[in-house]
Ligand binder design. Structure first.
Ligand code: NDP
Length: 334
């Protein structure tokens, strides 16, 4: 099996030198084990945090061990009745072409006509669940709310905008890092307004896009975006703090918002969350999202990088914004 390991901890932007590729011989299957040929690997922003040796909600990646993370593949050999050969499974064994472990580590999913299995890493998986619970359980979005989401053309953000619309948002506003992404937001994803945060200050662009203020902010970016949202909030506004990707590769400290007192004067709520604490919501999410997809009310994009040898490059590309929707690596097993 080909596997990619972390060998040193990056400072600032990771480089290829922080990783190595190893080939391992897989032993024969033990009782209750399955062997899975991966189709797609997930590269995710949170992985950058786990490369640092700091206390967080998940322990850091171990050095000289294979990178863990979401992946989807097909069972090619099985000694488990619940995981017959041919079943599609999702797992967390990460950056390798073939995964082999106890069957309990693999969740069998249903194949849906016309939906690629990579969707289980995005619109039918962790990133869209994050959008679903962040809007509803964390930001407590109400009908008629004006909702602003940053990182809006990414995996989480594109789901946030569409779910907000379905839940009856009054106005949905998104920001992203290129004119093409901005067009996609208002064209394909049904956002009412969108802007390119690289063109001029977020504060100014958000004020223009939300003349009547915002009620909910879904924060994927932090920094200048959070500061702009604190300026734009109506009384009683709510933020789901989901991520702060603008700072993931910075070295040293970054300035905080200069308008924190708005939290007091406008009675705002800022609540952080990690999707791992909301897995109990998965069944309801899967049912709703399955319906929305089949009714054509939700659509999605994926950026597919081909070849396991390009996984690190895919990860870095995602951090640089080269993806639209979910970034995945196609392993080439199918
Ligand atoms: P995306 O698909 O959104 O990919 C990352 C995107 O971030 C890039 O495409 C890029 O888009 C944008 N980006 C990179 N640098 C910057 C910057 N300096 N300022 C603004 N945008 C930037 O990734 P995900 O959807 O997987 O994740 C989105 C966010 O959600 C991340 O912050 C992630 O950590 C968080 N997350 C949190 C979870 C939780 O449980 N709390 C679970 C899953 C994700 P662009 O071209 O627009 O710059």
């Amino acid at each position: 099996s080909t596997q990619i390991q972390l060998v040193s901890r990056p400072t600032g932007w990771p480089t290829e030198e922080n990783f190595r590729t190893v080939e391992t011989e897989l032993p024969e299957l033990g009782d209750g084990q399955v062997r899975v040929a991966n189709d797609f690997l997930s590269v995710d922003p949170y992985m950058r945090g786990r490369m640092n040796d700091v206390r967080s909600y998940v322990p850091p990646f171990a050095l000289n061990e294979t990178m863990t993370g979401g992946a989807v593949g097909r069972v090619v050999e099985s000694r488990s009745d619940e995981h017959p050969v041919g079943s599609v499974v999702v797992h967390q064994l990460g950056w390798r072409d073939v995964a082999q472990a106890d069957a309990s580590q693999f969740r069998v999913v249903r194949e849906i006509d016309g939906v690629p299995t990579s969707a289980y890493l995005g619109i039918l998986g962790m990133t869209a669940l994050t959008a679903y619970v962040g809007l509803q359980d964390v930001a407590r979005m109400q009908e008629g709310d004006t909702v602003f989401v940053s990182g809006a053309a990414g995996a989480v953000g594109s789901a946030v905008g569409q779910i907000a619309r379905i839940l009856g948002a009054g106005r949905v506003i998104g920001s992203a890092g290129s004119p093409e992404k901005v067009d996609l937001l208002t064209g394909k994803y049904g956002f009412d307004a969108a802007f390119d945060y690289k063109q001029s200050p977020v504060r100014d662009q958000l004020r223009e896009a939300a003349p009547d203020g915002i009620d909910v902010y879904f924060d994927n970016v932090g920094g200048d975006h959070l500061e702009a949202a604190l300026d734009a909030f109506n009384d009683g506004g709510r933020t789901a703090l989901c991520g702060a990707i603008s700072a993931y590769n910075t070295v040293g400290t970054t300035p905080g918002p200069d308008n924190m007192s708005n939290i007091v004067t406008r009675g705002l709520t800022l609540q952080g969350f990690t999707v791992g604490n909301y897995l109990h919501r998965f069944p309801q999410f899967a049912e709703d999202m399955g319906t929305w997809l089949s009714e054509g009310r939700v659509t999605f994009d994926e950026t597919i990088v081909h070849g396991i040898e390009n996984t690190v490059e895919a990860f870095l590309g995602m951090l640089r914004g080269e993806n639209t929707g979910k970034m995945v690596v196609s392993v080439g097993n199918s």
